[in-house]
Write a protein that binds this ligand. Structure first.
Ligand code: FES
Ligand code: FES
Length: 163
């Protein structure tokens, strides 16, 4: 006889350098775990269907859409969210560059954009415009037209902004 699926499971994750041990419902999405259980509300929900990228976080260094993962799938992983970029209130060069280039308007997409761009800059220190557009293809912005966002990321790699 097939066993019943477990309703909840204990997980252990590191988020922004802090360790969390929690019992989570087996079907709880990672984005809801972050926002509702841990109050890390900087990670946004735009579509809930994997299309917009507003919920992007870094899982073991790679950008993932946290509305497409279960919290239990992050068990044992190291996560970074937007709250982890400037833990003491000092903005990263990338965040300063977004500010300098007016790379946001309403700001709803910005946490996801920043996490995807952070992952890119950690892999490729001087990304080309093409590299940036490729890395951000899963992040939708309804306001800016993308040009200033791309310029902001390229400028960090060139060392001409955010320093
Ligand atoms: Fe996850 Fe849109 S909320 S991709
Ligand atoms: Fe409004 Fe990107 S700044 S959605």
């Amino acid at each position: 006889m097939a066993s019943e699926p477990r309703a909840s499971r204990a997980i252990e994750v590191e988020i922004n350098g802090e360790r969390y041990e929690r019992e989570v419902p087996a079907r709880r999405l990672l984005v809801h775990f972050l926002r509702d259980d841990l109050d890390l509300t900087g990670t946004h929900i735009g579509c809930d269907t994997g299309n917009c990228g507003a919920c992007t976080v870094l899982l073991d260094g790679d950008p993932v859409k946290s509305c497409m993962l279960l919290a239990v799938q992050a068990d044992g992983a190291s996560l970074r969210t937007i709250e982890g970029l400037a833990p003491n209130g000092e903005l990263t060069p990338l965040q300063r560059s977004f500010n300098e280039h007016h790379a946001l308007q309403c700001g709803y997409c910005t946490p996801g954009m920043l996490m995807s761009a952070t992952a890119l800059l950690e892999r490729t220190s001087s990304p080309s415009e093409e590299d940036v557009r490729y890395a951000l293809q899963g992040n939708i912005c309804r306001c800016t037209g993308y040009v200033n966002i791309v310029e902001a990321v390229v400028a960090v790699g060139e060392g001409t902004s955010g320093g």
